[in-house]
Unconditional design. Sequence first.
Length: 333
Amino acid sequence: MNAIDLNRRIVRYGDLVPCRTAFIDAHTPGSDRKENFTIIGGGVSESADQHVHIADTPGFNIGAAGQPPKCRNSLHAHRTAEVFFVLSGRWRFFWGSSGDDGEVVLEEGDVINIPTGIFRGFENIGTDYGMIMAVLGGDDSGGGVVWAPQVINEAGAHGLVLGENGALYDSKAGAGLPDGILPMPTLTDAEMAQFPTVTADEFVPCFVARYWDMMAMADGQPTQVIAADGMLRDRPGFRLQLLRDGSIEEAPYTTARHEVLMVMRGHWRVTWDGGQASLGPGDVCAIPPHQTVSLAPSMSGEASLFRVITTDDVPGPTSDFHELPAALRRGRN
């Protein structure tokens, strides 16, 4: 494979294009100021207004959510993996059919691997605008989001309707459901009863990794954060690693699989045949297989980045957790 110009596969944090109408709760008070970013792949946005930076997918999607203080993302479930790390701010993640089964607060650099098969939401509890970066399993991320019934009902009172085709229609903008398209049905009580109750004591040890624990483990080699043998044991179709200064070989290497670099702290230099680039916090670089690169911090001081690598595992439910509820297995659109 001939070397390519990786500059074309870098998405800069400062160039990210937000969508403020990505989901059904875009008009719901308390959720109406959030921004959705689709960086690699189509993601799970329900809006035709969503900008996609890199359309082709490497077996997973990369996105981000930006929210001002006291703004929340409503309860929803996914059919494949949803992994976040906190780029900036302080965030409360909560889960359960009503959002009150458990919660955990994440600081900058912390990782959460939210299991499929439970409803989840999150809010910025910091004092400034915050950003969380996301990895979604699969090329199509399981076909969209499944919303808790109360989220759909409340959104309807504010003019937004989700069609059974997975598209969003805004009556405030004069849009209505097209002929032949029915509203997305809400989950029944029987379907909701299939979703398990998970306490914080069960959740946090298995699905949350703290930044400074990951940094301490990256002593001479990358920390395996999400992997079959990682801090968070899972096989969602990708492996998540944390790299820091001194944890990698700076010599050139040739990628065997798709790799995506997501910078957390400091500045990193990526070099390839014919070019190089410096990556800063929030920057994302997609490296295709068979590309020869070298990677190293480019400045002194704290430096860390997350690396996502495809695996041969089939993207799907979080491993060794609960049987996926039927409502997620069959899809809703």
